[in-house]
Ligand binder design. Structure first.
Ligand code: PGA
Length: 262
């Protein structure tokens, strides 16, 4: 984590915690994290849609430095898309970062690279930051196709975005075989792929753009694995699923990441 980039630790709550539980988690986190920690690390929370308004009100009232996030949105602003949520609605709720292309969305809900790219553009158009998720399956890793898969997803995801927009983005490298399985890529594996992502972004834009994007690692991140991951030059944070549901564990991860950047 070189100087100039502040790490970003994001909690992806997935389909867990109703709005009462979400509020309790937020309050516990506020109590566990000293105010000055936010000078050294950015923290975002990505609750289910039904919790967002509740968290927004609480974050605003308590002037918390936590960034509000979402897990998904549609790429159109409005229309006949039953059940979907517009990026404009999220922006109105002060959502700052939106996860897109998560492997669960790709696998379970048929989101392909084209749809993910449309979402990236829609999120950027509403002045929010996309967290573009990319990652390979175990079979792809074993076949030596990790870079081809991941770099293909990155190129497709950022296609058509302007350089300054790309510079503002977050890319989350999440090997699919490490999500929710307890298996973490080694810090060196994470660095290898995150480094390849940065070089590919530099090749398609320029070095300064590639130096500005933040690349997270995700997949069974725990407090015990954070320090080593964060010590890698191209790992700028973590997208945390399971461990983000436990405020004690998540606060530990945030504090370790804050230490890694100071
Ligand atoms: P996990 O999830 O930390 O539970 O592996 C990460 C993610 O899917 O974002």
């Amino acid at each position: 984590m070189p100087d100039g980039r502040v790490p970003l630790i994001s909690g992806n709550w997935k389909m867990n915690l109703d709005h009462f539980e979400a509020l309790r988690n937020l309050q516990k986190l506020a109590w566990l994290l000293p105010k000055d920690v936010y000078e050294r690390v950015d923290v975002s929370l990505h609750p289910p849609f039904t919790d967002i308004r509740t968290l927004q009100t609480s974050i605003e009232a308590d002037r918390m430095d936590v960034l509000l996030g979402a897990q998904h949105c549609h790429h159109e602003v409005s229309g006949a898309y039953t059940g979907e949520v517009s990026p404009a609605f999220l922006a109105k709720l002060d959502v700052k970062l939106v996860i897109c292309g998560h492997s669960e969305r790709r696998e379970l809900f048929g989101e392909n690279d084209e749809i993910v790219n449309a979402k990236v553009k829609a999120i950027l158009a509403h002045k929010m930051t996309p967290i573009l998720c990319v990652g390979e399956t175990l079979a792809e890793r074993e076949a030596g196709e990790t870079e081809a898969k991941v770099l293909g997803q990155v190129a497709a995801g950022i296609a058509g975005a302007k350089k300054d927009q790309v510079a503002s983005m977050v890319i989350a490298y999440e090997p699919i075989w490490a999500i929710g399985t307890g298996k973490t890529a080694t810090a060196q594996d994470a660095q290898d792929v995150c480094g390849a992502i940065r070089r590919a972004v530099a090749a398609s834009t320029d070095a300064s753009t590639a130096g500005s994007i933040r690349i997270q690692y995700g997949g069974s991140v725990k407090a015990g694995t954070t320090a080593e991951l964060m010590a890698q030059p191209d790992v700028d944070g973590a997208l945390v699923g399971g461990a983000s549901l436990d405020p004690d564990e998540f606060a530990q991860i945030v504090k370790i990441a804050a230490g890694a950047s100071s």
